[in-house]
Design a protein around this ligand. Structure first.
Ligand code: SF4
Ligand code: SF4
Length: 349
C-alpha cells in the first residue's frame, strides 16, 4: 500500500498495488492536462480575437530579467546615461504593485506609425511618429479590459507591470530581435506595442528561450546601411543605443543634438523609422500609416514657442491629449524646428 498524491496539492489516499497506482496516476495526469492545458490559450483568446498575441510566464523569471539587465550594465554594454535616463534601474522587479502575483502576461498588439500634420506658412508639413508613441496608455487600458474578460470570471486579477518589455517578449518566445535590436512579432513586424501585466493566475506552460534573432537578419545588412547615425554595428549584437536618434530626440527639449548628427538624419517628430521602414520583415505593413492630429498655423507657432500647456487653447490641449502626445510637448519645439529646417530643402522620407 502506498500514499499517492491524486491531484496537485496535498490530497493523499491509500489504494491498491503498483500497477493500479500507475494507472491512477496516468488517469489524473490526463484529466489534469485536459482540464488545465487549454487554460493559457483560453486566457489569451479574447486578445487573439482582436489581433493581439501573448505569452504567460512564471513570476520567477523577473529575477532573470533583472540579472540580465544588470549584467549588461556591469559589462558596460548599456551606456550609463541611457541606463539611468531610461529608468532601467527603476523596473518593478519585486512586483510591488501586485505582491501576490504568480505570473506575467506579455501582450503584443498591432500599432502603426502616425502622420502628425503642422501647418507652417501655408504649407502642411506631415511628419511621422513611429509605433508606440501615440495613444499608448489608452490602448494599453483596452488590452487590460480584453484580458480581464477571461481572467475576471475565473477570479484572477491583473496589474500593469513596469518591467523590461522587449527582453521579456524575446525570452518568452513572443518576439525576436532584429539586427537593429527592435522586437519583431510574427505577422506584425515591428509595428506593434508591448504591454505586460502581473497576475495571480498560475500559468500552465512556462517557456523561456535564449534570445533569438530573426532568421532574415543572417543575410541582411539593410538596417546597418540605412542607419543615419551608425548606431548599428556589425561588430556586436547590441546597437550603440546612445547614438540612436530615438535616444537623442527623446532627450529633454533643452538638450541640443550633438554636432555629429546631420540634418538629413532626422525623419520623425520623435524616434526614428529609417531601419524599420526599410526592413524586409516589414515589407507587407510598411504602408500602414494612420493620420494623427493636425495643428493649425497658430497652434504650430504656439508649440514652437514653447507655450506652457496651461496657456495653450483648450482645443489644442484636447488634441494633444486625445492622441496621447501631451507628454511630448517639451520635445516638439526642438524636433519640429529641425524637421522644418530640413524640409525647406528636402522632402522627408
Ligand atoms: S533590415 Fe535586415 S538585418 Fe535589419 S532587422 Fe530587418 S531583416 Fe534584420
Ligand atoms: S532607429 Fe534610426 S538611429 Fe536608431 S538604429 Fe534604427 S535607423 Fe539607426
Amino acid at each position: 500500500m502506498k500514499c499517492v498524491p491524486l491531484m496537485r496539492g496535498s490530497t493523499f489516499i491509500r489504494i491498491g498495488n503498483d500497477r493500479e497506482i500507475r494507472n491512477i496516476h496516468l488517469f489524473f495526469m490526463v484529466i489534469s492536462m485536459i482540464i488545465h492545458a487549454p487554460l493559457d490559450t483560453e486566457i489569451l483568446s479574447p486578445l487573439e480575437k482582436k489581433g493581439c498575441q501573448g505569452r504567460i510566464v512564471s513570476i520567477r523569471h523577473l529575477k532573470e530579467l533583472r540579472h540580465e539587465i544588470n549584467g549588461l550594465h556591469r559589462q558596460k554594454l548599456l551606456n550609463e546615461n541611457l541606463y539611468r535616463e531610461r529608468e532601467f534601474s527603476s523596473f518593478d522587479y519585486e512586483h510591488t504593485v501586485f505582491p501576490e502575483a504568480t505570473s506575467i502576461i506579455i501582450v503584443a498588439y498591432p500599432d502603426p506609425p502616425y502622420n502628425v500634420t503642422f501647418n507652417w506658412y501655408d504649407k502642411d508639413i506631415s511628419v511621422r511618429v513611429p509605433p508606440t508613441y501615440l495613444l499608448g496608455q489608452s490602448n494599453d487600458k483596452r488590452i487590460k479590459t480584453f484580458l480581464l474578460q477571461s481572467l475576471k470570471p475565473l477570479g484572477y486579477r491583473v496589474a500593469k507591470a513596469n518591467i523590461p518589455l522587449k527582453l521579456l517578449a524575446v525570452r518568452s518566445g513572443l518576439a525576436r530581435y532584429g539586427k537593429n535590436n527592435i522586437g519583431y512579432i510574427r505577422g506584425m513586424g515591428s509595428f506593434c506595442r508591448l504591454v505586460a501585466f502581473f497576475s495571480d493566475y498560475v500559468c500552465e506552460r512556462d517557456e523561456w528561450f535564449e534570445p533569438r534573432k530573426l532568421e532574415r537578419c543572417e543575410n541582411c545588412t539593410i538596417c546597418f546601411q540605412k542607419c543615419p547615425t551608425n548606431a548599428i554595428t556589425e561588430k556586436r549584437f547590441l546597437i550603440h543605443a546612445e547614438r540612436c536618434l530615438t535616444y537623442l530626440n527623446e532627450q529633454p527639449g533643452h538638450v541640443q543634438f550633438p554636432n555629429w548628427v546631420s540634418h538629413a538624419a532626422h525623419n520623425c517628430l520623435v524616434g526614428c523609422l529609417r531601419c524599420q521602414m526599410k526592413c524586409p520583415e516589414n515589407r507587407k505593413i510598411k504602408n500602414w500609416i494612420k493620420q494623427g492630429p493636425k495643428f493649425s498655423f497658430k497652434e504650430t507657432g504656439l508649440l514652437l514657442a514653447r507655450t506652457p500647456i496651461e496657456h495653450l487653447p483648450v482645443s489644442t490641449v484636447d488634441k494633444l491629449k486625445n492622441f496621447g502626445i501631451d507628454y511630448l510637448i517639451d520635445l516638439i519645439p526642438r524636433n519640429l524646428q529641425t524637421l522644418i529646417k530640413r524640409i525647406d530643402n528636402h522632402k522627408l522620407d
